[in-house]
Write a protein that binds this ligand. Sequence first.
Ligand code: ADP
Ligand code: MG
Length: 261
Amino acid sequence: MKQTKQALEIKNLSISWDQLIVLNKLNLKLNEGEKLAIVGPSGSGKSTILKIVAGLILPTEGELKIFGETQKYLRLDQNNPPDVRLVFQNPALLGSLSIEENVGFLLERNKKLSKKLIHELVNECLEEVGLFNVGNKLPNELSGGMQKRVSFARALITDKNPDTINKPLLLFDEPTAGLDPIASSRIEDLINKTNKKANGSSIVVSHVLSTIERTSDKVVMLYGGKLRWSGSVDEFRKSTDPYVFQFRNGKLNGPMQPKDI
Ligand code: ADP
Ligand code: MG
């Protein structure tokens, strides 16, 4: 029998900033190939989860396994770090580098790759996200939506042989926040396309219902440092769970209340 492999396993994960407990003994599993949405109010710790999984910050306590390997350190200290790619909420491009340099940034470190090959790989990825002839431009010469596409191209690029590539874990933080519905649909298509091309597993953090429904097959609801609900996208649509109901319908009444007022 084929065993399901886990892309991610989080056990009793906690993180605090001074007095503020953001994640409180959180447990979460993601099988390879699954697409998960994390939802929850602002400040509930969604970006924090993605940053911990991406190895940008360390938890206060708990266990984190990625593709079966226990993660103990920040990624830079690891010899063989897992393939985790985070697309930030804002495109986070380097303003003084051209689009081509931004997308090819990581590949420049690999001294075995010629300039010509890097140029080709970068342009393939840019075309993949629907961008043509923008390689020589600077980020501020592109619209916000185009910059977002560049950040997706950066998540797609790899110097590994496509035949041997292990399936990456892709993380998207609020990919459609502030976009109009049509631009959102384009980004959602792009997430699905990126996922398919990379043959990966994904976690999308979003408030936008269409984004949750179109890019994910499982949903978890984060509030007060813990997961309050989890289920399929279909169950998320229908659930009468008080957290899900309040979130989905934007109700003021419900278990989630602003703490500081
Ligand atoms: P979300 O993405 O769900 O809106 P975040 O994960 O960004 O929430 O933040 C969760 C909480 O942790 C917030 O209250 C935020 O102010 C706090 N926080 C995040 N990063 C830091 C930090 N570097 N230092 C102090 N507090 C932080
Ligand atoms: Mg956030």
